[in-house]
Design a protein around this ligand. Structure first.
Ligand code: PLP
Length: 391
């Protein structure tokens, strides 16, 4: 079972560019665009919590989208918090957590993670006098062995482990249920950065007993925003930074200021799209495309693919380099051929360092999303082969 051709669902594809830049943000899907447009065109726009019709409709829309997002991630709507971005939510969340720390805590981060799941923890730990340790990756392919996490957990008691659900560079995806079990056995809590995982692989927050999780709807065909999902005891028990009148119970207590209601409407549209396809069909389509891409890249002399060799069990993202040319130059040469990819460290700074790619400017990154086709992959491979042949 594979995905149907979904290109007509993405108006942004009409300019003919080959879009392999998805790990940095996807084009919005029609249902997300239409939900935002419909909300803004309606008479519902108003602040929430009032007694008049528009406010009641806006409040109901927010509740409905919370429920849909919660259901998609294996949680309840009452656990879902909307924010500007995953990073903004992480700074607010970790700062609030740090107010409960007494300086004896240990926090574990990893070299696999985007800096959005490292620096907020490091900053909060510094504020509270807590200690941060980092789990290394295998420098050969950037994979993370959960045995190394277990070793890190074996010392003095750990308060939190911050782990990604997938790498935004290599797509490597740790086994989250196993990690959660390991973390809880050690008496610690697990925070998951699911930003690079959520578009491609399932997440079951409550089923896997994940304590907290972030995701960014703009990585799964929605508008630019972040979502934080918390277990109820954290959501209600930890005191967020907020102004005095904002004495709401539930997720609103974390959503400081007025919400971006039209963005929330769009998140609802994107969530509906995400739920249209089974994980089995998403995984088989995206894995086959990743295999085609990486096999093709490896066949070009002068191109080196970094990251795990197998395409199975990963987010469909790859990084590679071209001998004698900086990744940014390669991304520019591809852009001249109307192919969009990213280059550099893409904020996974410790992973790029561990892979030994810092001195050469990181790597070129290409990512597969639900609308990617064999033609997109072949366009990249043909263009890259021509670029390399002309060096
Ligand atoms: C794995 C990962 N985590 C966190 C982030 C940060 O997300 P946001 O842009 O919503 O702050 C990104 C963004 O690229 C990411 O790829």
């Amino acid at each position: 079972m594979t995905l149907p051709d979904l290109r007509h669902r993405f108006p942004g594809l009409s300019d003919g560019w080959v879009r392999l830049d998805g790990p940095a943000g996807t084009l919005p899907v029609d249902t997300a665009i239409e939900a935002m447009y419909a909300y803004l065109r309606s008479s519902a726009p108003a602040n929430e919590g009032g007694r008049f019709d528009a406010s009641i409709r806006t409040t109901a829309m927010v509740d409905d989208v919370r429920a849909a997002v919660g259901a998609f991630f294996g949680a309840c709507g009452s656990q879902v918090i909307f924010g500007a971005s995953a990073t903004a939510l992480m700074f607010a969340y970790t700062r609030a957590l740090a107010r409960t720390w007494n300086g004896h805590e240990r926090i574990i981060c990893t070299q696999l993670d985007h800096d959005s799941n490292v620096t907020p923890w490091v900053t909060a730990a510094a504020d509270a006098g807590a200690k941060v340790t980092s789990v290394p990756v295998d420098p050969a392919d950037g994979s993370l062995d959960l045995a190394d996490l277990e070793r890190a957990l074996s010392g003095p008691k750990v308060a939190w482990v911050a782990l990604c659900g997938a790498s935004n560079l290599t797509g490597f995806a740790p086994d989250l249920p196993v990690a959660a079990e390991m973390v809880h056995r050690a008496g610690a809590r697990l925070h998951v950065d699911a930003v690079a995982r959520a578009p491609h692989l399932p997440v079951d927050v409550n089923g896997w007993a994940i304590d907290s999780l972030v995701t960014s709807p703009y990585k799964w065909y929605g508008p630019h925003a972040g979502v934080l999902v918390l277990q109820p005891e954290l959501l209600n028990g930890v005191e967020p930074f907020r102004v005095r009148p904002a004495d709401y119970n539930g997720p609103s207590r974390w959503e400081t200021g007025t919400k971006a209601f039209e963005v929330i409407a769009g998140i609802g549209g994107a969530t509906a799209f995400m739920a249209e396809h089974s994980w089995a069909s998403v995984t088989s389509s995206e894995t086959a495309l990743l295999e085609r891409l990486e096999t093709g890249l490896r066949a070009i002399t002068g191109v080196t693919v970094h990251g795990p060799v197998s395409a199975n069990g990963r987010a469909p993202t790859t990084i590679f380099n071209v001998d004698q040319r900086a990744p940014e130059w390669v991304a520019g040469a591809l852009a001249e051929r109307r192919i969009a990819v990213w280059s550099g460290d893409n904020y996974a700074c410790e992973l790029i360092d561990a892979l030994g790619l810092r001195a050469r400017g990181g790597a070129v990154r290409a990512g597969i999303v639900r609308h990617t086709t064999n033609d997109d992959i072949d366009a990249l491979l043909t263009a890259l082969a021509a670029i390399v042949a002309n060096l």
